[in-house]
Design a protein. Structure first.
Length: 353
């Protein structure tokens, strides 16, 4: 991705994004898919926005593999389109945010190495929407060990944090330090690019507000996973700086009591906008349900910012999250069908609003 020097054009980008957002799958589409088998899901997708990808990949893949590759290619294509529409400041903001897929790909490859998965098993989960090109991703896929992958990443924004985390990984044989190092490097780099601003409701201020919310929710998710993993790891050691809702010590105390955690969010700046989502958080019976509710809450917060500030980057961010949610939901349905899950079990894996 190269940065554009032309004038920023949020009005044009957001108009195009609204049109794309209107084409995303709705609850009725998911209800139909849940009742289908993998072959029927593939045929259904051929009649939707995924037609080009399904047709292009159909000669090489079939079943759930075809669905996986088509989903990831479509996601990358949609986000490349958004960048193609954008100029100036909004281009730079979008490009920086899309590096989250570099983070996703790094964590996916590390998890594959940790589980002794083959490159062929890992590749369908990679999403080419960040800055890493296909050649570099292939080199990472061909790494023979986690140490080899960390060495390959030395010259990237993830390199310094991964170098430190690798020592912790060697001591604990737990992947959490490496995964958190990737997330921390991504958000630190992103916040450095945004910088600080005193101009309330400026494009930079609104971008920062959204990123702070995403970091807050990421910290909640990470802390809960650690608290429930049984691993002897202090959640505060993996706290990502930059949010505005918690500090590390406070979050460590709250993760042991979901009711207090929800109350803290409800009393925060997010509370009035996230009332419905927070009720879902309170009712969640498992960590998976809690995490799905967090995803829905972040979507609602992005949508709220989009409606209040329609000429900022917020509508783009809301679309990016919604598109990711669609991809994740379709993937969950296809994988659930392949695994023989019933409709109720599959529906529990979906994030809907």
């Amino acid at each position: 991705m190269s940065k554009s020097d032309r004038g920023s054009n949020p009005e044009y980008v957001n108009a195009r994004v609204r049109a794309r957002r209107a084409k995303l799958f709705g609850d009725e589409d998911y209800r139909k898919l849940v009742r289908m088998g993998p072959g029927e899901i593939a045929r259904y997708m051929e009649e939707t926005e995924y037609e080009a990808e399904m047709n292009a990949l159909g000669s090489r893949h079939s079943g759930v593999d075809l669905i996986e590759y088509a989903l990831n290619r479509n996601l990358a294509k949609n986000f490349e389109d958004v960048l193609e529409w954008a100029n100036g400041r909004i281009y730079n903001q979008i490009a920086a945010y899309l590096r989250k897929f570099d983070a996703w790909n790094v964590k996916t490859i590390l998890r594959g190495l940790y589980a002794d998965s083959s490159a062929e098993e890992v590749e369908p989960d990679l999403i080419g929407a960040g800055e890493f090109d296909e050649r570099f991703l292939q080199r990472l896929l061909e790494a023979q060990s986690i140490e080899d992958a960390v060495e390959l990443l030395e010259g990237t924004l993830f390199g310094p944090d991964l170098e430190v985390a690798f020592e912790e990984y060697q001591e604990s044989n737990v992947l959490v330090p490496l995964e958190n190092a990737v997330d921390r490097a991504f958000y630190e780099h992103l916040l450095d690019e945004v910088g600080t601003t005193d101009a309330v409701d400026s494009p930079s201020a609104l971008y920062l507000e959204f990123l702070q919310a995403e970091i807050d929710f990421r910290n909640v998710r990470n802390a809960l996973r650690l608290a429930r993993s049984g691993a002897d790891i202090d959640p505060s050691e993996y706290f990502i700086e930059g949010g505005r809702l918690f500090d590390a010590a406070e979050l460590t105390q709250l993760v042991s009591n979901t009711d207090e955690l929800v109350a803290r969010i409800r009393d925060s700046t997010y509370g009035s906008d996230l009332s419905a989502a927070l009720s879902e958080l309170e009712d969640a019976e498992s960590l998976i349900g809690f995490e799905h509710a967090l995803d829905a809450a972040l979507q609602e917060y992005a949508d709220h910012l989009s409606h209040v500030f329609p000429l900022s980057i917020c509508p783009v961010l809301a679309y990016l999250i919604a598109k990711e949610r669609e991809i994740d939901n379709i993937r969950a349905i296809a994988r659930g069908k392949e695994a023989g899950l019933n409709e109720e079990e599959i529906e529990a894996e979906l994030v809907t609003i």
